[in-house]
Write a new protein. Structure first.
Length: 117
């Protein structure tokens, strides 16, 4: 069951993808150029590099929601690493500073690339 949580603007800048999630206590939802609904999460992983500042990379995972039938995930898209840091939290925070319109453009580019496969 869902519940209403009022926005807490003291938690960040809702114009950024990380700030939106903090302010609204949920991931941002976007409509892709394909007309499908996506939610976006910021994830991180070890890069395998030993270069200082590049040991962890952060990337976006876009979950595509089913349009018909029971609610659920129909697929997903992932970006490449887009931010790097020595620690996973720092890499996610760096990527979280991306403005939402830039995240939208990235999603649309991934959808276009998927269509070209």
């Amino acid at each position: 069951m869902s519940r209403f949580l009022p926005a807490d603007h003291a938690k960040g800048d809702e114009r950024t993808i990380g700030g939106y999630a903090a302010v609204h206590a949920r991931p941002a939802a976007l409509e892709g150029r394909d007309g499908m609904s996506y939610s976006v999460e910021i994830l991180s992983d070890r890069t395998g590099e030993e270069t200082p500042g590049r040991q962890h990379g952060a990337y976006f995972m876009f979950l595509q929601w089913k349009r018909m039938g029971a609610q659920g995930i129909a697929g997903h898209l992932e970006s490449d690493f887009l931010a790097w840091a020595d620690e996973a939290d720092a890499a996610r925070a760096a990527l979280g500073a991306m403005l939402i319109p830039d995240v939208q453009r990235l999603l649309d580019a991934l959808i276009r690339a998927r269509g070209a496969e």
